[in-house]
Design a protein around this ligand. Structure first.
Ligand SMILES: [Mg+2]
Length: 373
């Protein structure tokens, strides 16, 4: 490796389909066939860093994923020649080039972290200040279904060692949601934790109603309503801890939600926050304020999964709401040996080498969609 400062020599963008093989139903949508975007960053010494972003949005899933690649086509040319180890400069350059579009920026940022780890021969978890843990607790989703099926799924998951259950709700009458909540809570074993994730699907009145009817049930309510304003209004009227996911977009919003005591915890998505550099800031804030958080993404393969568990492994157990893997649903690995997977309720960090710990064969993603050099 050269002794001079490294620079980004080439950026390749690939797309790869990650269709759900198992039905994944949320309040307003089901995940169909999102095409994940892969960023391959190659430095002057041929060291390769990988990043990924894949949106599973309710509307226009395809168009949203296309927009990530469009944003990358605008960002990538200006990053050629920059030092991939200067994360703040890389991030501020991207910010100056393009407002928003956090998913594309996150994919670049993650690729930088992977590349830095490989250059320094350290894992991304170590670079993030890891506490030595090589695994993260996982939570598992029970989609929108009948109370009987939801309860049966909750029993099946618990028998497989999963102790954190996230039951989806919304998009139907709240009587059906309440029946499913009651059915699942009725089969919870000792130590199991129940979170009700509505993915913005209830009105304020519905959220308050459900919380009142279920006031005796131990559970948290995740993003029950669509907007930040609605969440602020319902907070004093509900009986359960309020977890913010979709509305937790950046550190200023998140810090306000904590200081005003609106949010009791967060479901954090790396690509919505804008990458690992920004997630690290949010994580430090959550640790300082003793606010529980999770670390994962809406969808995606081994790369985003590895980034999620790397960050997740640095969150103290007492504040760790866990990490989730889309792999359960699409069953695709980029690295069939080290790709993160779930065993007995835990996800082990990939261990194939430094960086994100993945070994991805050259050519795995086929022909690039874009090449910038
Ligand atoms: Mg959520």
């Amino acid at each position: 490796m050269s002794k001079n400062a490294p620079f980004i020599n080439e950026i390749r963008i690939y797309k790869t389909p990650l269709a759900a093989k198992t039905l994944y139903n949320m309040s307003s949508s089901a995940v169909m066939t999102p095409e994940s975007t892969i960023v391959q960053l190659i430095d002057c010494d041929g060291v390769i860093g990988y990043g990924e972003a894949c949106m599973a949005t309710p509307q226009a899933q395809d168009a949203n994923n296309d927009s990530i690649r469009l944003s990358l086509s605008l960002l990538a040319p200006s990053l050629i020649g920059m030092n991939p180890m200067q994360l703040d400069l890389i991030n501020s350059t991207m910010e100056n080039l393009l407002a928003g579009e956090t998913e594309a920026k996150a994919a670049i940022d993650i690729a930088c972290w992977d590349l830095i780890g490989k250059r320094l021969k350290k894992s991304v978890a170590e670079l993030l200040g890891g506490n030595g843990s090589n695994e993260v607790i996982t939570y598992h989703v029970i989609g929108i279904t009948s109370p009987e099926q939801a309860a049966a799924e909750a029993e099946r998951l618990q028998s497989n060692g999963i102790s954190r259950l996230q039951l989806k709700a919304g998009g139907r009458s709240i009587e059906n949601d309440i029946a499913a909540i009651e059915a699942v809570s009725g089969v919870l074993k000792d130590g199991a934790v129940l979170d009700i994730d509505t993915n913005r699907g209830w009105s304020e009145e519905e959220a308050i109603n459900v919380s009142q009817v279920c006031s005796k049930i131990s559970m948290s309510m995740e993003q029950p309503c669509a907007t930040e304003q609605e969440l602020y209004r319902i907070k004093p009227k509900i009986f359960h801890p309020l977890i913010v996911d979709e509305s937790a977009t950046d550190i200023s919003t998140i810090s306000k939600m904590v200081s005003s005591k609106m949010a009791d915890g967060f479901g954090l998505k790396i690509t919505r926050i804008g990458g690992l550099t920004r997630m690290k800031v949010v994580r430090d804030f959550c640790i300082q304020t003793q606010t529980p958080m999770s670390s994962d993404d809406a969808w995606g393969g081994d790369i985003i999964g590895a980034a999620g568990v790397a960050l997740g492994s640095t969150v103290p157990a007492s504040l760790n709401r866990g990490a989730w893997l889309a792999h359960t649903y699409h069953q695709i690995h980029y690295d069939s040996i080290n790709g993160p997977r779930i065993e007995n309720g835990m996800i082990t960090l990939p261990n194939g080498g430094p960086g994100l710990g993945l070994v991805i064969e050259e050519g795995f993603f086929g022909e690039p969609d874009q090449v910038h050099s």
